[in-house]
Design a protein around this ligand. Structure first.
Ligand SMILES: NC(=O)c1ccc[n+]([C@@H]2O[C@H](COP(=O)([O-])OP(=O)(O)OC[C@H]3O[C@@H](n4cnc5c(N)ncnc54)[C@H](O)[C@@H]3O)[C@@H](O)[C@H]2O)c1
Length: 256
């Protein structure tokens, strides 16, 4: 897929990794629709890139808002080529609390509702929009990139809700790729390691240093542009499909 002139929908695009992806796409000549429940902090992108950016306020757990936002973006930009799903939450909680209480069920349900069900709701509309595109010479009509996490494989203490929701995203990869091949839509999942975004705000520096020291190389936090660069490659390399890619400097999480 050619990046220049394409239209990308980025959920969670107002912050952290999603904002980094939006910037990379815009710098490469794509147009970007940002879908987020909180659009604060997106003014700078609009100032810099004008009409190439649109903003769609939407809670991915609300199916009416999702349908309006996805089709609003597709109609505004007259097409949709790429979906990058970065909207997500991560809050830690042990299965048995220090006081001996069971894990609150709402905590588990909320992670699954946003990180997995909300992601699927956005993509089920986005792929219908992509299926309307004229195919490329190779038959390609679109690309879906879902953000999971290495916690899908090595979830740490306190990550039962988060790890399960992200494992669900990894599990979507193969059936989606096979299902959507008929329509010329590729599907990839990216599992970041520890990235420098507001999601880490709840961790103290000592914890971050300890996690980063587990990287094989380089021993630094990942940057939003590391993900942005990978998304550009995923768009250009049409032979990548149905794959889950770790973007983690070789980090393998311990129990935590
Ligand atoms: N930062 C990391 O180290 C890391 C590591 C692995 C995976 N990830 C994943 O990457 C993705 C992006 O994380 P980030 O670090 O950029 O976090 P972030 O908190 O900076 O950004 C998340 C964005 O999602 C939006 N969002 C949350 N709930 C939403 C909802 N219900 N509807 C619409 N938007 C909603 C937030 O408003 C925010 O803009 C997440 O899926 C996260 O799980 C992050």
């Amino acid at each position: 897929m050619k990046v220049e002139g394409s239209v990308g929908l980025v959920t969670g695009g107002a912050s952290g990794l999603g904002a980094g992806v939006a910037l990379s796409l815009l710098e490469h000549g794509a147009r970007v629709a940002i879908l987020d429940q909180n659009l604060d902090g997106t003014d700078a992108l609009v100032d810099q890139f004008g009409d190439s950016v649109s903003r769609h306020q939407c809670d991915v757990t609300d199916p009416v808002q999702v349908e309006d936002a996805v089709w609003g973006a597709a109609h505004l930009h007259r097409r949709l080529d790429l979906l990058v799903s970065c909207a997500g939450i991560s809050f830690g909680k042990r299965v048995i609390s220090r006081d001996g209480d069971p894990h609150p069920l709402d905590h588990f349900k909320k992670h699954v509702a946003i990180n997995l069900v909300g992601l699927f709701d956005v993509l089920r509309h986005a792929v219908v929009a992509m299926a309307k595109n004229e195919p490329s010479d190779e038959g390609e009509r679109g690309l879906i990139v879902n953000l999971a996490s290495i916690a899908a494989f090595e979830g740490q203490i306190g990550q039962a809700s988060y790890g399960a929701s992200k494992a669900g995203v990894v599990g979507l990869t193969s059936p989606l790729a096979r299902d959507l091949a008929l329509h010329g839509v590729r599907v990839l999942t990216i599992c970041p390691g520890t990235m420098d975004t507001p999601m880490l705000d709840t961790l103290d520096q000592e914890t971050i240093d300890s996690i980063v020291s587990g990287n094989v190389f380089p021993k630094r936090l990942g940057r939003p542009e590391d993900l942005g660069n990978l998304i550009i490659h995923c768009m250009e390399n049409t032979f990548l499909n149905g794959e889950t890619i770790r973007l983690d400097a070789g980090l393998r999480l311990g129990p935590g």
